[in-house]
Write a protein of this length. Structure first.
Length: 302
């Protein structure tokens, strides 16, 4: 069984290595084709078009957290992490090794998601001011592409890095509505989807975007005010949820450090091991349910 797992990990490592090399060559070619005539522009791909589903999911998670890592770099990092899997299992054994890998992955995922949520909140907070700057540039007679790039240069991070990336892809020939739609999908910002839809309609049928921008600015500010009020009203409930999730973990840790023989006796029998596994599973399910409840509340704010 262990040999089969090692072979699977090795095969995955080879695949990621080949993919990283191909992606690096593709990016090098695209960098050389910045001149941007029409024949070249049709071949330009946007940053969101990563075809390997594992690499794409990792890239999107890192980009949401503010990383500027390229797909080739992410694939190389995943290759290195895959190489650590059999080594971890050899050092710690099956049960402890899988536990170490699971909790390490869970911790990394939690940290990246928290950073992504914080970054997304700052972007949405900065978006009304950015859209006002875009409207001023549009009023001066510039195109939407020029307005996006010009307003991005005057903005602050993290919104600046997001729209600088959008402007770079537009200069390489990608349609503005496609780039905005992919940015909305990657960063999970609904307001960018509205911008992408407005840009798509403007590109196909013409018309002014200033009324759409005004309505969107007003909607974002009203939603932010309602969100702050809702967070204040639900602060006690959110704290209670945190306490309910933390108490079982704190009690288990206290018992472990005060009387390690207690857990040794439990693990010595098959029924004790099953009971402990079921308890851990129920704790994780409870934490997931509480997290989903809180996330649904935050989604209703947006």
């Amino acid at each position: 069984m262990f040999a089969l797992l090692t072979l699977l990990v090795f095969a995955g490592a080879i695949y990621l290595f080949v993919y990283a090399g191909q992606r690096a060559r593709t990016e090098e070619v695209l960098m050389r084709l910045r001149a941007g005539d029409d024949a070249v522009a049709s071949t330009v791909v946007t940053e969101g078009q990563v075809y390997n589903p594992v690499v794409r999911a990792a890239c999107h998670l890192l980009w949401r957290a503010g990383s500027q890592a390229k797909p080739a770099q992410v694939a190389t990092a995943l290759l290195a992490l895959l190489g650590l899997v059999p080594l971890t299992l050899l050092i710690f054994g099956w049960l402890k090794g899988l536990s170490v890998l699971f909790f390490a992955g869970l911790f990394a995922w939690f940290v990246l998601n928290r950073r992504a949520a914080s970054r997304r909140a700052r972007i949405v907070e900065q978006l009304p001011s950015y859209l006002e700057a875009v409207m001023r540039v549009l009023a001066a007679g510039n195109t939407l592409e020029e307005a996006i790039a010009s307003a991005a240069r005057e903005s602050q991070d993290p919104l600046r890095s997001l729209f600088v990336s959008v402007g770079r892809q537009i200069r390489l020939g990608a349609p503005v509505d496609t780039v905005l739609a992919e940015a909305a999908e990657i960063h999970q910002i609904r307001d960018l989807r509205v911008l992408a839809l407005a840009a798509n309609i403007n590109r196909k049928y013409g018309g002014t975007l200033r009324n759409v921008f005004r309505s969107l600015i007003q909607a974002i500010r009203m939603r932010e005010a309602a969100s702050r009020e809702l967070r204040a009203l639900t602060a006690e409930t959110r704290f209670s949820a945190f306490v309910l999730a933390a108490i079982p973990i704190a009690v288990s840790a206290f018992i472990f450090f005060r009387n390690r023989a207690y857990y040794a006796d439990i693990l010595a029998t098959s029924s004790g091991r099953v009971t402990l596994i079921v308890a851990v599973a129920l704790q994780l399910i409870g934490m997931m349910v509480i997290w989903r409840m809180m996330k649904s509340a935050s989604d209703s704010e947006a």
